[in-house]
Design a protein around this ligand. Structure first.
Ligand SMILES: C[S@@+](CC[C@H](N)C(=O)[O-])C[C@H]1O[C@@H](n2cnc3c(N)ncnc32)[C@H](O)[C@@H]1O
Ligand SMILES: [Zn+2]
Length: 574
């Protein structure tokens, strides 16, 4: 059925390669690096939505019930968010280019800033000096682990101004499927998406700094691809990287996490944010080997995986400050208090901003709150994981184009949470966990927020957990607030070494006020968390393995919360 359908499209005169030079070229040389146009994507041809096809956004691919090529519809969230980031990245690059034009070509620009610029389109003749055009060169994208090509095709069809999209996979069946899917989507996907059968690591290593965007969406861990990926991204370009090995990253197998990412996870309520920070630290550690460094745009935990979007720049001097962005985490085994300590420190006498190794641990042998020991996790990325301003602008662009995103409800909720997060407060405490330690009743979230604000600290939620409390207050202040709460709502004393005994035996140094603080929690207009749209919304078996869940059997999904007609935009036609 699939083949017959594909073949009939082949015969369609509208897309016949013999009458279409671009398609003809593609057929003979699909892995060449043909030049691409920067023009905005024209409307795709009307796709038939025929039997055996899957439609997502503006793309349509052939369904493969045998699972010989990987496709997981739950990743629509991942693909939609990536498109949103990509759209805003193009705007950002244009903005940066415009600023540079205004400043003038010969203005003094620090080396880092030069590194951030996309190659401008330069025009000129013998008698005229080269002139930068007002439009940047269409950014080139590498989808290094492409499978069916759905993501690459969506990028080509849906992101205005995008350049060539190279879709690499080392599986022959995947590349064959990719070719059929590219062809099925006809112009402009066929003129922009270039399939390539290759090992992604080799391809990336042999194309240094060539792609403005590199997308890594592996089975499980991206660790094996990071060293080549950080070398493949152009200066100022963006690396978009998923990891689905959450059991490893969130503390289920600490030794495996250390071997893959060079970091120990700690099992805590914040484990998903820690997973993001472990991945960021790992990417940074690869980047600095090549005199490059990362700047996170947004970093999210969604569904069953994490995905980070980081820009990559080159600067030997900034690389020297990398230890200031990386920290160890000490977590108390009794009360779950945590403390961060930078791996490096700045020697104040040294004006060069070079980081030296930090002094010995900032925590005592025993926790001041409960007397238990600490475990040491990390190192993790302890600088901001989002560019808040950028996250807010991605959110408003998404809201302005809600109809363009099949997973609008999910990605707008995640972006809403992300844009409200405190960026200078790595990790978080959970209100439930604090109360569970003391065996006391819960204050409301609004009361706890007010108590911290009234004490002069900042507080926010986190997109990874609806019960998270992110704050710049030290643990001692958090426990003092809980001590004050327990004075108002007494608990029975516990026997022996229970952490609550030691915590509650200390008088609070701070008198907490739970009365409503200005700027406290307000009723939220937009949801920050939405339920999964359907059953089996999770990871999927690798290609070639039998499916245990009926991923391909339910023909359509609908988001249940705050959706428009989202379900109509992603569907599988049987
Ligand atoms: C999770 S799938 C990618 C899904 C795809 N990005 C999407 O959005 O639908 C991972 C793909 O990576 C490919 N792959 C695994 N190792 C590879 C390697 N070393 N080089 C190139 N491709 C590889 C697999 O064949 C598989 O198709
Ligand atoms: Zn403790």
């Amino acid at each position: 059925m699939t083949l017959a359908f594909g073949f009939s499209r082949f015969l369609n005169p509208r897309v016949n390669p013999s009458t279409n030079p671009i398609l003809g070229l593609w057929l003979f040389s699909c892995s060449c690096s043909c030049s691409s146009s920067a023009s905005s994507a024209p409307e795709p041809p009307e796709l038939a939505g025929g039997p055996g096809t899957i439609r997502e956004g503006r793309a349509e691919i052939f369904a493969d019930k045998s699972n010989s090529v990987f496709y997981n519809k739950a990743q629509v969230n991942n693909r939609d968010l990536s498109i949103a980031v990509l759209r805003s990245f193009l705007l950002k690059r244009q903005e940066e280019h415009d600023i540079r034009l205004v400043k003038g070509r010969h203005a003094e620009t620090p080396p880092e800033q030069h590194a951030n610029d996309l190659d401008p389109v330069v025009t000129g003749s013998e008698d005229t000096a080269p002139r930068e055009e007002s439009k940047i060169k269409a950014p080139k994208v590498l989808e290094a682990l492409a499978a069916s090509g759905l993501r690459a095709i969506r990028y080509a069809l849906e992101v205005d101004g995008i350049g060539e999209v190279v879709a690499v996979d080392n599986n022959e069946e995947a590349i064959e499927a990719c070719k059929k899917n590219i062809y099925h989507n006809a112009i402009p996907a066929s003129s922009k998406v270039v399939p390539n059968l290759a090992d992604a690591r080799v391809y990336m290593l042999t194309h240094p700094k060539e792609f403005d965007v590199v997308d890594l969406d592996p089975y499980g861990s991206p660790a094996a691809f990071l060293d080549s990926a950080v070398q493949c991204v152009a200066d100022g370009g963006i690396l978009m990287c998923s990891a689905t090995d959450m059991a490893v990253l969130a503390g289920g197998n600490p030794e495996v996490c250390f071997s893959k990412y060079g970091s120990y996870p700690v099992r805590g309520k914040y484990c998903h944010e820690m997973a993001l920070r472990i991945l960021l630290a790992c990417i940074e550690s690869h980047a600095i080997r090549h005199k490059r460094y990362i700047v996170p745009v947004i970093s999210v935990h969604m569904d069953f995986y994490i995905r980070v979007f980081v820009r990559i720049f080159t600067s030997a001097s900034t690389v020297k400050t990398s230890p200031l962005k990386i920290s160890h985490v000490y977590q108390c085994v009794g009360c779950n208090s945590f403390h961060l300590q930078n791996v490096g420190r700045i020697n104040s006498k040294d004006k060069r901003n070079v980081a030296l190794p930090n002094f010995c641990p900032t925590v005592p042998q025993e926790c001041c709150e409960c007397g238990h020991k600490f475990v040491m996790g990390g190192p993790i990325w302890s600088d901001p994981i989002h560019d808040k301003e950028w996250a807010t602008s991605i959110l408003s662009n998404v809201q302005a184009m809600s109809g363009a995103y099949p997973a609008y409800a999910k990605i707008s909720a995640v972006l809403t949470s992300v844009s409200q997060e405190l960026v200078n407060a790595p990790l978080f405490v959970s209100l439930h966990s604090l109360c569970a330690t003391l065996k006391c009743t819960n204050p409301t979230m609004a009361m706890f927020h007010s108590a911290l604000r009234n004490a002069g600290y900042q507080i926010s939620g986190s997109h990874v957990d609806p019960l998270a409390l992110k704050t710049d207050a030290p643990m001692s202040v958090i426990w003092d607030i809980m001590r004050c709460w327990v004075k108002l709502h007494p608990v029975k004393s516990r026997p022996g070494a229970d952490p609550s005994n030691r915590i509650l035996s200390q008088e609070p140094k701070l008198q907490a006020s739970f009365s409503q603080a200005t700027g406290g929690l307000v009723a939220r207009k937009s949801p920050r968390f939405v339920p999964n749209p359907e059953k089996y919304w999770g990871p999927k078996a690798k290609a070639g393995r039998p499916l245990k869940t009926p991923h391909m059997d339910n023909c359509e999904f609908r988001f249940t919360a705050n959706t428009l007609e989202a379900g109509d935009r992603t569907s599988i036609s049987k």
